[in-house]
Every structure is written in C-alpha cells, then in structure tokens.
Design a protein around this ligand. Structure first.
Ligand SMILES: [Zn+2]
Length: 638
C-alpha cells in the first residue's frame, strides 16, 4: 500500500474523534438520533478544520446499514464496518457524490446534478451530495439548484462545505442548516499530534510538537502537513524518526521566539547598536528580512494579547512556555507602546514586499521602534502636560489639591484659603458670549435657574431678568501657564464666590470652576480654557457643554480621555451628574440652536482663518513647534 499523508490516514471516522467542533457534532448527533434530518446543510469555517470530514461522517451515519440502537451501533455514530460505511470511507459509494465546486461550478454540471438527484438512491437510504468549496458555484448554477432545495425529494441531502458562507446566495442559505466551525484550539491540535506521533512511532520532543501545532494556526490539516514534511526530513534513530525543534525551525525557516524576546528587550532598553547586531546575525544566518518581520508581527501580537488578557487568555493559542515568554515581553511595554510597535512592524512588513533593499528597511523599522518610545503623544504635548519638567508623571489623583479641597468648594466662601486654590478662568482679554441657551434651559429646569442666579466667576451676579449671561473671562492664550497660580486670580475667584452661599446644590459656575481647576492641575490647560469658554447646561441627568469654534476632531484631541476622566472624577466629587457631553461647534446642538446667532461664535469670527489663529490650541502648537500657519481649511464647509 502506498504512502498515505497523515491528514488522510488519521481522518476521524466518528463524530467523537473530531477535535474542537463539539458544538457541531452534538447538534448533528441529536438530529440523527431524533431522525430530524434537513435537506441542506452548510458547513463553514477555515480550511483544514474538519468540514468535509464531518460531512462524510454524516453521510456514513445516514446511510449506515446497521440500525441505531443495536449492539453494533448503540448511538447515531456510524458503525464503520458495514458495506455502506466502508464504501463511503473509501470514497466509492454510489449514493454519496462528492463534487469539488471549484472545478465543477457551472450551470451544466449543476443541471446534471439536479436531474440525477430526482432518481432514487441506487442502494442506500439517501442520495447525498457533498459540495466542497461551495462558494465557487456560479449564481446561475445556484439558481438551478434552488428549485431542488425548495421542494427536495425525500431521499436527497445536500451538504455544502465553504470557507466563505457569505458568498452563498441568501435564497440558498435560508433553506439550509448552517454550522459555523471553530478554529481548532492549540491544545486540541497538540493532543492529536501527540497521538499520531505515538502511532507512527516517531520520537518527538514536546516543544517540537508544540511548534508544529502553532504553525497549524488553528488548522489541523496544516499542522499535519507540516508534520508530514518534518517526519520525511527527520534523522532516524533505531528506525524511528526523531523530531526536534531545531529541525522543524529549519524546515519552516523560522527563528526561535527567544530571539524576538531579546530584540524587544533591546528596544525597551533603547539599545540601538545591540538591536542592529542581533539583526545582523539573523540575516547572516540566512533568514530573510520579510520572514523575520512576519514572525515579529506574530510575536508582538501575542505580547499585546498577553498584555490585554493576561498570559492565560484564550486569545493566545500557543504553548505554556510561549505564553510565559509573551507575558515577559508584555511587561516591558505599555499597551499603547505594544500597539504602536505592532503597527510599526506590520507596516515594515508591508513595505518589504515592495522594496529592493529589504534589509535596510527592516533595520529602519526596528530603529523606529526605539525612537517611537521617545515620542510624546501630540495630544499630550498640546494639552501642556509636557510643558514643565517632570509634570508628565504627576497624576491628578496624587496632587495636593485633592486632599486639601473641601467637598463643596463653591459653598464655602468665608475663608479664602478654603476656596478652590486656582481659577483657570482669570481675567483675560477674550470673552465668549454664552448665548441664550442658558436661559432656555433655565426655563425648563429649576435647577438651572437657581444656578443662573449665582454665576460663579463672573464679575457681578447676573439678575434674573438678564437673558444673556455675563461674559466669562478666560485668560489670553499667550498668558503663561503659571499665571493660573497668581494670587490675584485666587482673590478674585474667592470674592466671586460670595453669591454662592445661598445655593445648596453645586451650582453650574462652581462646577465650571472646580472642573477647570482640576483640569489645570491635571495639566490640561487647553481643555480648561476651551470648556471654560463653553456654554454649560444642566440637563435632566447629565451635563452638556457646548464649545464653539472647534471641530469634532480637534475637540477630541483637546479634551482627551485623560481630561474626560478628570472631569468625571471632579463631577462625582461634587455630587453632580457624572454623565456629561461635550458638543462641538457653535449652535450645533439642540439647545438654542435657532437663537444662538453670530454672537455665539468666537469673537472676531470675521474669517475662519482668524478664528483658527485665535484658538488657544493653535497658538499653543505654534509656540511649541515654533510653527507658522500656512493655510486653514474649514472642514465644516464641505
Ligand atoms: Zn455502517
């Protein structure tokens, strides 16, 4: 008998032997034992995970000549010994027709099939068609098949195996039972490889089999194909093939993951020279840059998954040793850094496919990993966190303000030291008009009305009759960041507090003030300025802040996740609703959209360019980068 590849030789013959598809086999066994057989089945999933195998087992179970419940066949599993079972297994049963739809996909073949399906099976109970790669069947051919599926003869069963179920027309799909197969888990593949190694009398170290299982990447057939190759090329000892990790790596042209662990340690330590020397060794040993990049992508992906879900996460389908390794690498970087590294190497890998000097591009890509570590996120830079030395590490939680500040800073007015220490909204040149939105919401909500009568931070209390709130001063963009700490600001802030005494709940202005302070302390001056100039509205259970003159994108950069967290914490501390929403663009929201008018636009909004140049964020960016604004594009105009 000729040589049979492992995947065929060890093809499961019983449902119980199919690895990793319990959800499918359980349902099918139930259907068989209850005799509830559908006329169409779709088996979908990646290649090499058991779709056609299961289709054949179903065919055997359906046409098995031994009755279910007899001693030879106690369960719906096929008996495996009767004529039908044997013939189906050998692929020469007359009533089980396997068609490779990749080559027989046209209307003529399907018509032929349809006509033949009308006749009763030659010998067995069912006439079974197994269509492999069913998504390749043409639309016209599917239409020809549709009629048969709509009114199927009682003896006909179609089973379609496909990697792309979405390419099968809905009309067909809705007439079939659809089973989606899972990728086979690493442990299941490894167990199968161990079993086969035992049967084949192959000596294999565990790590070598783990390497094969990993290379299968969820496909049993792929893993077995590589194992075939490995056994064929393995040295023998006393007539037994011996599989080692080195030999398998040679076969696959892969590098041990320890190498990537070392490379990434060099990245984390900023050792450019070490990184280049390691790469030099690898390239000199004959590893192609493209293959190295591909493996590194895989390795980084695993490290990132270990970071996200821990070493034991389901997201990792690798051996225990490799899990530990991925976990170690994950410790070297933050989640953001790992994500960025993965992106850089992935892009490098893409680039390598189009480049001549592959080695140089890989070197460049790896060096980028080191340099990227020194980069500061733009948003962090713009928000001013990096403006002072050592500020980056200061978190709002650890700042002294949190412990010193009273629970309700707005209410305590008598003693200046007890007042919130710094106001970000000190006197300044610019002023934004809040627009009538506040009035509107005040009519709707008593809470808002109460607050409107006691605006904090404005020079004087605003009367009930006033429809438009007094301008809220905020510092000029050019004023130094340290200006917030000036004693003047403090004094003015605490004086302005006085009308607040009567108010029980935290007022809008005290919220505004406290949030502004918290943002400044957290290093988010730009966010503080922006929100300070916005329109604050208390809605039923949430706070809405309309900010003018800034698009969604820039808003997201200015008030980033860190700033939002600070805002939420501050709101919570003050007992205010912690749900809030920051709406970009003047009058774009529901509140006061109609009445807002030009007054709610930034001052001197003569042109978009002027407005942009006046924006504190733009000015800050100009200052940091010593930049010049060449052109301004108004994306809202599109
Ligand atoms: Zn049988």
């Amino acid at each position: 008998m000729g040589y049979q590849v492992l995947a065929r030789k060890y093809r499961p013959q019983r449902f119980a032997d199919v690895a990793g598809q319990d959800h499918v086999t359980r349902t099918l066994l139930n259907a068989l034992s209850q005799d509830r057989i559908a006329h169409g089945y779709i088996f979908s999933g990646h290649r090499g995970i058991g779709k056609t195998t299961i289709a054949r087992i179903v065919a055997q179970a359906l046409n098995c000549r031994t009755a279910i419940g007899t001693p030879e066949r106690p369960t719906p599993e096929p008996c495996g010994v009767c004529d039908s079972c044997v013939e189906i297994r050998q692929g020469n049963a007359v009533d089980v027709i396997e068609i490779d739809a990749a080559t027989n996909r046209g209307i003529d073949e399907i018509r032929e099939l349809r006509d033949a399906a009308r006749y009763a099976p030659a010998r067995d109970r069912y006439k079974i068609y197994i269509l492999d790669e069913a998504h390749q069947i043409t639309d016209a051919a599917f239409n020809a098949l549709l009629k048969t599926l709509e009114e199927p003869p009682a003896h006909v069963i179609f089973m379609m195996a496909t990697t792309q179920p979405e390419d099968i027309p809905q009309t067909i799909r809705s007439r079939c039972q659809h089973f989606s197969f899972h990728a086979v888990k690493f442990d299941d593949i490894l167990a199968q490889l161990k079993m086969i190694a035992g049967h084949e009398e192959v000596t294999a170290e565990n790590a070598a089999l783990a390497l094969l299982a990993e290379a299968g990447d969820g496909s049993m057939r792929d893993a077995l194909s590589i194992m075939d190759q490995a056994i064929a090329s393995a040295p023998t000892e006393n007539g037994r093939a011996v599989l080692s990790t080195d030999q398998i790596r040679d076969l696959m042209g892969s590098v041990p993951n320890a190498v990537f662990e070392r490379l990434l340690e060099a990245v984390a330590a900023g050792q450019s020279a070490e990184l280049m020397e390691q790469l030099n060794l690898l390239v000199n040993a004959g590893h192609s840059p493209s293959s190295l990049a591909r493996q590194m992508v895989r390795y980084l992906r695993n490290a990132l998954m270990a970071k996200l879900g821990g070493e034991q996460t389901e997201l990792l389908q690798i051996s225990g040793d490799e899990r530990a390794r991925a976990g170690r690498t994950a410790l070297l970087f933050t989640e953001e850094e790992l994500t960025r590294n993965l992106q850089i190497v992935l892009r490098t890998f893409d680039d390598l496919n189009y480049r001549q000097e592959q080695r140089f591009h890989l070197e460049l890509g790896l060096l980028k990993l080191i340099h990227a570590q020194r980069l500061l996120p733009l948003e962090e830079l713009l928000s001013g966190v990096a403006s002072g030395a050592g500020v980056r590490s200061a978190s709002p939680a650890s700042s002294p303000r949190t412990s010193a500040a009273p629970p309700r800073p707005a209410v305590s007015s008598a003693a200046p030291p007890a007042a919130p220490p710094l106001s970000p909204f000190g006197p300044g040149s610019g002023s934004w008009n809040a627009g009538p939105s506040l009035k509107q919401s005040a009519q709707a909500s008593p809470v808002a009305e109460m607050e409107r009568s006691a605006p904090f931070g404005s020079p004087a209390p605003v009367t009930e009759a006033s429809a438009i709130r007094a301008p809220i001063p905020f510092p000029a963009a050019s004023s130094p960041v340290t200006g917030y700490a000036s004693g003047e600001t403090l004094t003015e802030g605490s004086q302005a507090l006085s009308p607040q005494v009567a108010v029980g709940a935290p007022s809008m202005e005290s919220l505004r003030h406290a949030v502004g302070c918290a943002l400044v302390e957290g290093g988010h001056e730009s966010a503080a300025q922006l929100l300070g100039a916005g329109t604050w509205t208390l809605e039923a259970t949430s706070l809405r802040i309309d900010v003018a003159g800034m698009g969604k994108k820039m808003l997201a950069i200015t008030v980033n996740a860190a700033a939002e967290k600070i805002i939420r914490q501050e709101l919570q501390r003050l007992g205010a609703p912690t749900r809030f929403m920051i709406a970009p663009g003047a009058g774009s929201g529901q509140t006061g959209a109609a009445q807002a008018g030009p007054s709610s636009l930034p001052p001197a909004a003569g042109s978009v360019r002027e407005a942009a140049l006046a924006n504190p964020l733009v000015q800050r960016a100009k200052e940091i980068f010593k930049a010049e604004i060449l052109s301004v594009i108004d994306l809202r105009a599109r």
